[in-house]
Design a binder for this molecule. Structure first.
Ligand code: FMN
Length: 203
């Protein structure tokens, strides 16, 4: 009889301990979630950066990857539904010119990135006739950046005209930082120093 009583007490104690353990774990989780949500509200946890770019021939991509590495940022590549054919430059230019003249919204692949967790969005684009490349224009038209710090960089062949200032004027953001442009030649030769200095201005 005494043995049974001891066994029962042991089982009951173990059961109580298990329940207490679960309750403690779930309380800790709730407390952690509440803290996280409070910190989000206070803007303490939204210091993440996302680099969003489009690149047809790899130059903008190279810069985007460098920024990603330097900032420990996340990265997102914009991809058109129908990638541009680069086999004929004249045909490619004619197509883009026509799309721009018609103010076409070039279709892009579905974006599976929720930007709500990011504080800063860095947009990377090649210069296309001194404008933001069309796939990037589509992305911008589909996103709400009004509560973000935003900066732009562009890569170009010869001249990028007013691309940076137009972007800075037209994009609705919480804060727009001064953008930067690199020629393809500069990117090839190395832009480490310039990039580091620019990144400092974003902080
Ligand atoms: C359709 C088209 C238009 C372009 N327009 C310009 C331009 O106006 N000015 C310029 O300097 N380079 C221009 N370029 C060259 C690209 O901006 C440059 O090569 C850029 O670095 C390419 O970036 P990516 O390799 O990331 O695509 C143009 C290229 C294309 C395909």
């Amino acid at each position: 009889m005494k043995k049974i009583q001891i066994k029962l007490i042991t089982i009951l104690s173990l059961f109580t301990l298990a329940i207490l353990g679960c309750a403690k774990e779930s309380t800790a989780k709730t407390m952690k979630d509440n803290m996280k949500s409070d910190m989000m509200k206070d803007g303490m946890m939204t210091k993440k950066t996302l680099v969003v770019y489009y690149s047809l021939t790899g130059t903008t991509e190279k810069v985007a990857e460098m920024i990603k590495e330097k900032l420990g940022a996340d990265i997102l590549k914009i991809e058109p539904e129908k990638e541009y054919d680069t086999s004929s430059v004249s045909k490619l230019e004619a197509l883009v010119k026509k799309q721009m003249a018609n103010k076409e919204k070039v279709a892009i692949k579905k974006i599976n990135k929720d930007i709500s967790e990011y504080d800063t969005i860095i947009i990377g684009t090649p210069a296309w006739f001194s404008e933001v490349a069309l796939p990037v224009q589509t992305y911008l038209s589909e996103q709400n950046l009004s509560n973000k710090k935003v900066a732009v960089f562009t890569t170009y062949g010869g001249t990028y005209g007013n691309l940076l200032t137009n972007f800075e004027k037209n994009v609705k953001a919480k804060q727009i930082k001064k953008g930067i442009a690199f020629s393809g030649k500069q990117v090839k030769e190395g832009i480490d120093k310039e990039l580091n200095a620019w990144i400092e201005t974003l902080k």
